[in-house]
Design a binder for this molecule. Structure first.
Ligand code: 5GP
Ligand code: MN
Length: 343
């Protein structure tokens, strides 16, 4: 990872060093393990340092993240919108985590946009939008959770890290690297994990909480999708999976059930671009994963109102699932050169 900019770290530290600061922490909408882990980990450390900290979330996250310390204190905008608006008013500082664009704050976008007190963004997505007062952006970092840990160390706040905080940060790194499968070419990531383990965390337990906690329905849904709802395009090194609402109903789908589905086609020989379309009430959610150089984020931003990292991106389409799949199939020849070129 590139070195942290000391001046930027100093300005962040200055903001949280003011006495009686009320800090609000906000991860992105539909939070994943990195968003939840970095938010709850950072919250815990800042609380340990004596700050008043509230974590808010636009909407709920999967139950397999509920074990993290501080989860029961999170206020969800989807459940308590008035309370969240009040928390914005009462706070002195907003720390945004794990997103690069205000569109990722969902229904809270206008509230964040109009926030008139200092805003900090700590994130590892490329091309961050210019909205925060203090921007700590490291796209080369495995996860926001890892970046948070480095920032804490640089501020001499690692003395406030405890087992609970280390568990949450570890969870962020573990999930954003697919259990240390990708984005781990920097030795520093393992160094960070090694330091987190020294806080006495039980990595087997954490892994099991997140990855061995699914319902039987979810397992059957995966089997069904791989059989019935996957198209492979060997000539484009690509594959797509789709989850219609009908299929979701059949297997009692709950949010989080399709986590990881998009990675499966990448284990087919020769496939290095995988897509998952999930039909929602008013749109289709898209998830993209690639191996090597194919820019999944470019594919997402150019065609599916989205973005993300080179190898993991997402977006959304306001069209039917059938139309979305048609669009996708027509796009493969357009990206043929890039798809064939990249390994
Ligand atoms: P996932 O496929 O796990 O939902 O998302 C993978 C990555 O893609 C996320 O870490 C995030 O960077 C990005 N991403 C997902 N959905 C969206 C979206 O709707 N808009 C943008 N800009 N990025 C997204
Ligand atoms: Mn992340």
């Amino acid at each position: 990872m590139k070195e942290l900019d000391i001046e930027i770290i100093k300005s962040f530290r200055a903001l949280i060093s003011k006495p009686n600061q009320k800090v609000l922490i906000l991860p992105h909408v539909n939070p994943d393990g990195d968003a939840v882990g970095s938010a709850l980990g950072l919250a815990r450390v800042l609380q340990n340092s004596g700050l008043l900290v509230e974590v808010i979330s636009v909407n709920d996250y999967p139950e397999y993240y509920y074990w993290m310390s501080g989860h029961d204190q999170v206020t969800f905008y989807s459940k308590k919108p008035k309370r969240v608006r009040q928390l914005f008013q009462e706070s002195d500082l907003l720390i945004c985590l794990d997103f690069n664009n205000l569109s990722r704050t969902g229904d809270l976008k206008s509230v964040v946009e109009n926030y008139d007190k200092p805003t900090v963004l700590i994130d590892h997505h490329p091309y961050p939008q210019d909205f925060p007062d203090v921007l700590i952006s490291h796209p080369e970092c495995s996860s926001t959770a890892e970046l948070v840990y480095h920032v804490l160390k640089a501020m001499d706040y690692d003395k406030y890290v405890d087992r609970e905080a280390a568990e949450a940060l570890f969870c962020g790194i573990m999930t954003d690297t697919g259990s240390f499968d990708y984005s781990v070419s920097d030795p520093q990531t393992f160094q960070t994990v090694s330091e987190l383990l020294k806080f006495g965390i039980d990595q087997d337990y954490i892994h099991a909480q997140v990855f061995d906690n699914y319902s039987a329905d979810r397992m059957r849904l995966l089997g069904y999708c791989l059989n019935e709802c996957m198209e492979v395009f060997p000539e484009y090194h690509a594959a797509v999976m789709y989850l219609s609402k009908e299929t979701q109903k059949k297997f009692n789908f709950v949010p989080g059930d399709s986590e990881g589905f998009v990675n499966y086609p990448l284990s087919i020989k020769g496939i290095h671009f995988s897509t998952l379309f999930t039909e929602r009430d008013d749109m289709v959610k898209a998830s993209f994963r690639s191996k090597g150089e194919f820019p999944a984020n470019m594919f997402a931003s150019e065609n599916f109102n989205g973005g993300g990292h080179c190898n993991a991106a997402g977006g959304e389409v306001y069209a039917s699932l059938t139309e979305t799949l048609d669009k996708y199939r027509k796009l493969l020849p357009v990206y043929q050169e890039l798809l064939i070129k990249t390994k």
